[in-house]
Write a protein that binds this ligand. Structure first.
Ligand code: ATP
Length: 230
């Protein structure tokens, strides 16, 4: 469904992705692991056109999307929830959702509130008045109400208290249960292991490991190697 094929991405002259390939199939939740600076965020930005790859291809549902403007890629249903969340602090929760809603979205406000009961409780609160975890939920909710065909998430649990991390995990399990494919960048191995069908590990802009969640669990050597990195 999403296929990243040997992409090379740069910031000016700095060669950050040196041939990254990965794929996400329909209904899969795939995680991208790796230490700080490995290129995980850049991979997501390359997919959505914010850092266009200079070589290689990104295909979504069989069509080449690299080289298109980010808004065109988004319109085809590729949604990125960035690390810094990008919600409107001066608008209420409900206004944030209504602004993001797309006509004929399969997601209505009621569906969003069913998945995120906390957001319903806070619907009249301003974005600025939300906790970090609630802001993260709102960012994911905004992406959903825009009716994506695939969701890319950049470290959604970073800096959150364990009880909120568990709630985000529950939400992501529900999203996976609905069949929406997800590519998740995540440092928290426990979160990855609860959710993922497959993992990729990036190191210095290259994929150094990929395999099923089962294979990853059963292979202490690769697990230790990854754990030693993070
Ligand atoms: P993190 O968890 O810290 O976000 P990451 O794996 O997502 O790590 P990237 O943010 O993709 O890593 O960064 C990959 C490399 O690109 C790093 O060496 C980083 O310093 C560099 N980099 C990231 N953003 C920029 C930028 N805007 N300009 C120049 N270099 C950048």
């Amino acid at each position: 469904m999403l296929e990243v094929d040997d992409i090379h991405s740069y910031y000016d002259k700095s060669h950050v992705l040196e041939g990254v390939s990965l794929h996400v199939e329909a209904g899969e939740l795939v995680t991208l692991l790796g230490r700080n600076g490995a290129g995980k965020t850049t991979t997501l930005k390359s997919i959505v056109g914010l850092v266009p790859p200079r070589q290689g291809a990104v295909r979504f549902e069989g069509r080449v999307i690299n080289g298109q403007e980010p808004f065109r890629i988004a319109r085809q249903g590729v949604a990125l929830v960035p690390e810094h969340r990008g919600i409107f602090g001066l608008l209420s929760v409900e206004e944030n959702l209504k602004i993001a809603a797309r006509r004929r979205s399969r997601w209505q406000l009621a569906d969003i509130y069913r998945l995120f009961p906390r957001l319903e409780e806070r619907r009249r609160n301003g974005g600025n008045a939300l906790s970090g975890g609630e802001q993260q939920m709102l960012a994911i909710a905004r992406a959903l109400i825009n009716d994506p065909r695939i969701l890319l998430l950049d470290e959604p649990t970073e800096g959150l208290a364990p009880v909120i991390v568990d709630e985000i995990v529950r939400i992501l399990k529900d999203i996976r249960g609905l069949g929406l494919p997800v590519l998740l960048v995540e440092q928290n191995l426990r979160v990855c292991e609860q959710l993922a069908d497959r993992h990729y590990v990036l190191e210095q802009g290259r994929v150094v490991y990929h395999g099923s969640a089962q294979a990853f669990r059963d292979d202490p050597a690769i697990r230790d190697r990854f754990l030693a990195l993070s």
